[in-house]
Design a protein around this ligand. Structure first.
Ligand SMILES: Cc1cc2nc3c(=O)[nH]c(=O)nc-3n(C[C@H](O)[C@H](O)[C@H](O)COP(=O)(O)OP(=O)(O)OC[C@H]3O[C@@H](n4cnc5c(N)ncnc54)[C@H](O)[C@@H]3O)c2cc1C
Length: 444
């Protein structure tokens, strides 16, 4: 097997899904594979637009700083290109107000760089760059199954619904088909059991609507995020993005269900602990109808714990782990996984799936801990809380409070939330002292 995959010449990779994870995986593999074919079952729009195969593309997306950084590494200048298309570059610590536990964290100019950009625009510009790569082709076809070698344990390509190319042989198949991926069924057909999984049932409902942006609204800021907290499971966010618009989302956890009619949405916004979003909704002109999406649970598949892996096949992006969207992590984690794939494939492709899952698990651990930790603050959300978790939760309660008066703590919080620093940055010895002092001052 390793001979087949590591042999030089005419190596071919197939990626299933031309959304963010698939396009980034294709870019990553284009460095070591002679040819990369991306299969997409959806019609791909010529202009930035939401599409059926990615229902969440109608909803507000936040591109975290780490995700933007990686996009610029893989496609130099792409965030400048976003800005040329009207996206809004900003300093998240002054241009966006983050309300944690109902209080704004301290604003101070920082070195953090955010980009307010819609999800369709990100995908459109990334796809344009990928389509320009000489050894990558995007095909309109649905993958319907895997091809295997005689041993049955090696994936050798995919079957598709295309009459022109019903079978595509490949040295590596990457499944980036999102939450609806068929990978588990395909693996079951090869006699491989489902890997263990983790779930956090936050039961999130998202309602997104776009509004016209006008100078001076939201006190001149470019965004606002009201994070839910125990006893207040409603949240909201608004981001200034291209086309002079605000992308606005109202969301609820644990059964809170924001309405989609005008009056209902406003009443929901007015029930939030701070008035910023309701005020903006009263002032700004709606550009479209609201859309709603339910997201029952974050789901993580632990392929890294599975002893038996087929060679030549791996799963990435939302198909591997999908997060509660309110933390805005999905695209950035997909980007981090693409870097892992690029680096591991460059070092040889023997046992690539096993090595990939092991390295990806470390990235996912960081993001999962953050999101699951936030969700498990809500007693209504099922999940195990250890004594150590409760101790940490108590510290983080104080941290959030102290960050309202201490810009250093606020910046570290944002670096962690933007995936630029590990969560352990919030428990460094220097921060411990600031947290206890800051929490005392904030209570006065
Ligand atoms: C409501 C909501 C809000 C979100 N907000 C954010 C946010 O603020 N920030 C952020 O970073 N992330 C956010 N996310 C997550 C983000 O959308 C995903 O992480 C991101 O799209 C990467 O997903 P993906 O490429 O793995 O899968 P998807 O985007 O789901 O794409 C899968 C692709 O595979 C194609 N496909 C599926 N099956 C086949 C097949 N058999 N053959 C061929 N093609 C196939 C589909 O048509 C689709 O194009 C949000 C998610 C939701 C639900």
């Amino acid at each position: 097997m390793s001979e087949r995959i590591t042999s030089l010449g005419n190596r071919h990779a197939v990626v299933v899904g031309a959304s963010i994870a698939g396009l980034l995986a294709a870019r990553a593999l284009s460095e070591t594979f002679d040819r990369v074919t991306v299969l997409e079952r959806d019609d791909l729009p010529a202009q930035p637009a939401p599409r059926r195969g990615v229902p969440q593309s109608r909803h507000l997306h936040i591109l975290l700083a780490r995700g933007a950084e990686i996009l610029d590494e893989l496609f130099p200048g792409i965030t400048d290109e976003m800005v040329e298309h009207g996206a809004v570059r900003n300093d998240p610590q002054v241009d966006t107000t983050y309300y944690l536990d109902g209080r704004a964290i301290a604003a101070k100019p920082s070195d953090l760089v955010g980009v307010g950009v819609s999800r369709p625009m990100v995908e459109h510009l990334v796809r344009q760059r990928v389509e320009r790569l000489p050894n990558v082709e995007v095909h309109r076809a649905e993958a319907v199954g895997l091809l295997t070698g005689r041993d049955g344990a090696t994936v050798t390509g995919v079957r598709t619904n295309s009459t022109r190319t019903p079978e595509l042989t490949a040295d590596l198949v990457v499944d980036a088909a999102g939450r609806g991926s068929r990978a588990l069924h395909w693996l079951r057909d090869l006699g491989i059991a489902e890997p263990p999984s983790s779930r956090v049932e936050a039961d999130v409902v998202y309602v997104t609507r776009n509004y016209r942006w006008e100078p001076g609204q939201l006190d001149g800021r470019h965004g606002c995020l009201i994070v839910p907290f125990p006893g207040s499971p409603r949240g909201a966010g608004v981001v200034h993005m291209e086309d002079d618009r605000w992308g606005l989302v109202l969301f609820g956890l644990v059964g809170e269900n924001p309405p989609i009619d005008e009056d209902g949405m406003l009443a929901f916004a007015e029930s939030l602990p701070v008035p910023d979003i309701a005020k903006l909704m009263r002032e700004a002109k709606p550009l479209d109808d609201a859309v709603r999406m339910r997201y029952p649970a974050s789901v993580r598949w632990h392929f890294e714990r599975q002893r038996r892996q087929p060679e030549g096949f791996l799963v990435t992006g939302d198909a591997l782990c999908s997060f509660n969207p309110t933390y805005g992590q999905g695209m950035s984690v997909a980007a981090m996984e693409a870097l892992i794939l690029r680096d591991l494939a460059a070092g040889g492709t023997a046992a690539l799936p096993t090595r990939f899952y092991r390295a990806a698990a470390r990235v996912i651990d960081g993001a999962w801990t953050l999101a699951a930790g936030g969700d498990l603050r809500f007693p209504e959300i099922p999940g195990r809380r250890t004594a150590a978790d409760r101790l940490l939760a108590g510290y983080l309660d104080r941290y959030r409070l102290a960050a309202t008066v201490d810009p250093v703590l606020a910046r570290t919080f944002l670096r962690v939330a933007q995936m630029l620093a590990p969560a352990t940055a919030m428990v460094s010895p220097g921060h411990l002292i600031r947290v206890f002092g800051g929490a005392r001052r904030a209570r006065c």
